[in-house]
Design a protein around this ligand. Structure first.
Ligand SMILES: [Mg+2]
Length: 211
């Protein structure tokens, strides 16, 4: 087996608390929609969620803030919304020291299905640690992190899949799918005690697996 040369990290649930990402869709957009249309937050929430449900999650438009801002006739600029979003982003406490250490030893990339605009906002203060940021939605027009997504990201990074370790919190999209193309993978389980050798409860524990 080849040595690990590069590490790929998921974002939502891995670097940042999923609730702080969900806030963009379930709080910030409905709040702006409510204030711009003179209705209550609850009514706006119901209308916005109904609108979201008109697009399938298999359709990349579902993931794009710019699409929904237009579709909901929101007049505040996306930049302003993103600025507000940025203040609520909650990184897990182990992330800063771990990515500093990882990036000094390995090529470090991000593999996420968040759209680029959200990724850029989330990663603004830590971007110097990542040599590439791959968004399945924005980079390859794929709604999910498929085997094709990982194969393309590996190839663009210039490493063989076996030289990559991917770490994330979804058993399917972060653990099983990367293995289809021969990447190594680990599952981060932040709220449940890890039971398997490929599971960790915090990112700093992955070092013993990449040695
Ligand atoms: Mg995730």
């Amino acid at each position: 087996m080849r040595n690990v040369e590069a590490v790929s990290l998921d974002v939502t649930g891995t670097l940042v608390d999923g609730r702080s990402v969900k806030r963009f869709w379930d709080h910030l957009i409905p709040a702006v929609y409510a204030s711009e249309n003179g209705i209550s937050f609850n009514e706006a929430y119901t209308r916005v969620k109904k609108k979201y449900s008109t697009v399938s999650r298999d359709d990349v438009r579902w993931y794009l803030p710019e699409y929904w801002v237009k579709e909901l006739n929101i007049s505040i600029s996306l930049e302003k919304l993103l600025e507000e979003f940025r203040h609520g982003i909650a990184f897990f406490p182990d992330v800063a020291p771990t990515i500093t250490r990882l990036s000094s030893q390995y090529v470090l990339i991000v593999s996420s299905n968040l759209p680029s605009v959200l990724l850029q906002t989330i990663l603004e203060d830590v971007k110097e640690h990542f040599s590439r940021v791959f968004s399945s939605v924005s980079t390859y027009c794929l709604p999910y992190k498929t085997a094709e997504f990982y194969a393309k990201a590996c190839s663009e990074t210039g490493f063989h899949p076996e030289e990559f370790l991917h770490v994330g919190d979804s058993k399917t999209y972060d653990f099983l799918v990367p293995r289809i193309i021969g990447m190594r993978s680990m599952l981060v389980k932040r709220y449940i005690n890890p039971k398997q050798h490929y599971e960790v409860d915090s990112l700093d524990k992955i070092f013993s697996n990449v040695a």
